[in-house]
Design a binder for this molecule. Structure first.
Ligand code: FAD
Length: 474
């Protein structure tokens, strides 16, 4: 069969990994095609992930800030929420602006975009099926698979009922339910819980593990758990949503304790809506990778080497479908690398750390080795912790509950990890990531002059606490 489209390199999927890879490949002079199932570029992150969630979290933060401002003598009335306008802000003013921008950037670089679902038919060909069912055969010399991931749908939930939502549905903001159950207390579940609670829902969160945000150190999560409690969010740990039934009056859910034989922490209840946020599954099994000879694990991940090559040397894979952490900034980093290697540059991935951030209130951010991991691996580490109650800036904005914690190798005093809880923790963690990448020692960080009064000073202070050059905090 004659190919309808021929190119030097094709990128399958236009998420942050895919569009970065395509743009970089084009910038390096490769004739590039970008294949995307949906009409708008940007993938999960831009359309139904990072960006719309942060726009809604901004609204939540405004509502909360106004509610707490009476603590400092300024009172606003009860917020009036215009859901149509809020949706318009999220969808058109924020997401729409950037999807359009990506379209323009693709054109500028002469990246050809093809809309449709791509599947391999041979090691050098993809068949692309459009919305109208028509197919096109695309022949490529090299390929970067960037097909991402999708929300895990628990099998025992009645998914045909619109009141059962995944994160994409929740971001649509069809209504503000009176009572919302969030199944899964990870980053996505808690971000959406934050949004809906601020908008007025009574929120209950159930989490299977013994802490919220599994993966982060427990101490980092505590200020968030305390605040959620104060705000009336009900949280049950070690609890699993078991049976779910939809009826006219709502969604009735029964629970099981995580430990066999234990009594569940809460009894059956009925909610107006249920958000299921229990993780994401890679899309590796959905592209007929076997027809190209590309290995895929049972779970749908595609194994790659340090240059993002699959077992088939001219096919690369990047982003959520190559493994954890499933984060946009990991995908973009990998996308750039894969394009550069495909173009013949001699590079490999040696990033030591990928920061994780929950944009809850307070934010929680961590990078490198966590204390829990250090203990489990038997590493000899020391910790410098600076409580924000001792930061005049944090107290001045009414947010002294946070803290900054740095983790050092006891022998070398080199920083190997860090975590921050507090407002803007997600912005502040970059300094810690840079310090780890640069192999900084505690003394270097403590001696770096930070502007006063800023939250960033707490990073230097935590290093000084570790070095013993400030001792009068506790
Ligand atoms: P995706 O973004 O998943 O893109 C894959 C693209 O490929 C999609 O557009 C899909 O339509 C397309 N595709 C798949 N299969 C085919 C096919 N066969 N043919 C054609 N096209 C196909 N990460 C962060 O770093 N920060 C955050 O704040 C953050 N917030 C999030 C909030 C939510 C609610 C969610 C769900 C995720 C969030 N993430 C966040 C995770 C982030 O969205 C992902 O890590 C990121 O999008 C992964 O990028 P990717 O390029 O691997 O793939």
């Amino acid at each position: 069969r004659k190919a309808d489209i021929e190119c030097r390199i094709v990128v399958l999927g236009s998420g942050p990994g895919g569009y970065t890879a395509a743009f970089r490949a084009a910038d390096l002079g490769l004739d590039t095609v970008l294949v995307e199932r949906y009409a708008s570029l940007g993938g999960v992150c831009l359309n139904v992930g990072c960006i719309p969630s942060k726009a809604l979290l901004h609204a939540a933060a405004l509502i909360d800030e106004a509610a707490h401002s009476s603590d400092i003598g300024i009172s606003f009335g009860k917020p009036k929420i215009d859901l149509d306008k809020l949706r318009d802000f999220k969808q058109n003013k924020v997401v729409g602006q950037f999807t359009k921008g990506l379209g323009g950037m693709a054109k500028q670089r002469k990246v050809r975009t093809v809309q449709g679902v791509g599947k391999f038919v041979s090691p050098n060909e993809l068949e692309i099926t459009g919305d109208d069912g028509k197919t096109q055969l695309l022949r490529f010399e090299q390929c970067i698979i960037a097909a991402g991931s999708q929300a895990v749908k628990l099998p025992n939930f009645p998914w045909d009922d619109p009141r059962i939502m995944d994160s994409t549905d929740a971001l649509e903001l069809a209504e503000v339910p009176k009572k919302l159950l969030v199944v899964g207390g990870g980053i996505i579940g808690l971000e959406m819980a934050t949004v809906y609670r601020a908008l007025g829902s009574e929120v209950t969160v159930v989490e299977f593990m013994d802490q919220l945000m599994p993966g982060a150190d427990k101490d980092l999560v505590k200020p968030l758990a305390d605040r959620l409690k104060k705000q009336g969010v009900i949280v049950h740990l070690k609890t699993k949503a078991a049976k779910v039934e939809a009826s006219k009056s709502g969604i009735t859910v029964s629970f099981e304790a995580a430990e066999a034989g234990a009594t569940p922490a809460l009894e059956n209840g009925t909610w107006d809506r249920v958000l299921v946020a229990v993780g994401r599954a890679p899309n590796g099994n959905k592209i007929d990778a076997d027809k190209a000879g590309v290995q895929v694990t049972d779970r749908g991940f595609i194994p790659v080497d340090r240059q993002m090559r699959t077992n088939v040397p001219h096919i690369f894979a990047i982003g959520d479908l190559v493994g954890q952490p499933m984060l946009a900034h990991k995908a973009t980093h990998e996308g750039k690398l894969a394009a550069e290697v495909a173009a013949g540059e001699k590079r490999e991935w040696v990033a030591r750390v990928v920061p994780s951030v929950a944009y809850t209130d307070p934010e929680i951010a961590w990078v490198g080795v966590t204390e829990t991991e250090a203990k489990a691996k038997g590493l000899h580490v020391g910790v410098g912790k600076f409580p924000w109650a001792a930061s005049a800036r944090a107290v001045g904005i009414g947010r002294g509950e946070g803290f900054t914690k740095l983790i050092f190798d006891e022998k070398t005093h080199r920083i190997i990890g860090g975590g921050i809880t507090g407002v803007h923790a997600g912005d502040l963690i970059s300094e810690v990531a840079l310090a780890i990448e640069m192999g900084a020692e505690a003394g270097d960080i403590g001696a770096t002059i930070h502007p006063h009064p800023t939250l960033s000073e707490t990073v230097a202070m935590a290093a000084e606490v570790y070095e013993g050059t400030i001792t009068d905090l506790y």
